[in-house]
Design a protein. Structure first.
Length: 113
């Protein structure tokens, strides 16, 4: 069965897609937590970081480099942004398909809630 994010990549569920290549897809979060909130997802349905494997090394590097490129292209690079990967229940993960949040357009607090 496809994950929610696989369905978005397959255009079975609508989303505002801002970047896509053979390995990752990025789209606007449906419930934004900042003026700019984009989710970037590997097309391979790795459930979460804890289940990523050595063979995913290049994919994970690509995901982060493209997260930075999407942040640049959406105008966040000058003022800064935050990348977040939630892992498991205490991490706040709600969709079991690895993804990186790109948050920007406001000053972020630390520590995170
Ligand atoms: P997480 O809580 O880290 O697992 O993040 C999952 C994210 O996916 C949340 O920020 C949701 O708002 C977002 N999300 C859930 N469904 C959709 C959807 N159909 N389109 C875009 N973003 C979604």
């Amino acid at each position: 069965m496809k994950t929610l994010f696989e369905k978005i990549a397959a255009r079975e569920i609508p989303a505002v897609i801002v970047y896509e290549d053979d390995f990752v897809i990025a789209f606007r979060d449906i419930n934004p937590q900042a003026p700019t909130h984009i989710v970037i997802v590997p097309k391979k349905p790795v459930p979460r970081m804890a289940e990523a494997e050595a063979e995913d090394q290049a994919l994970l590097g690509h995901l982060l480099l493209k997260a930075a490129a999407v942040a640049e292209e959406t105008g966040l690079a000058k003022t800064g942004y935050r990348l977040v990967i939630n892992n498991g229940p205490d991490g706040g993960e709600t969709v079991p398909h690895l993804h990186c949040h790109i948050l920007g357009g406001r000053h972020m607090q630390w520590p995170p809630g």
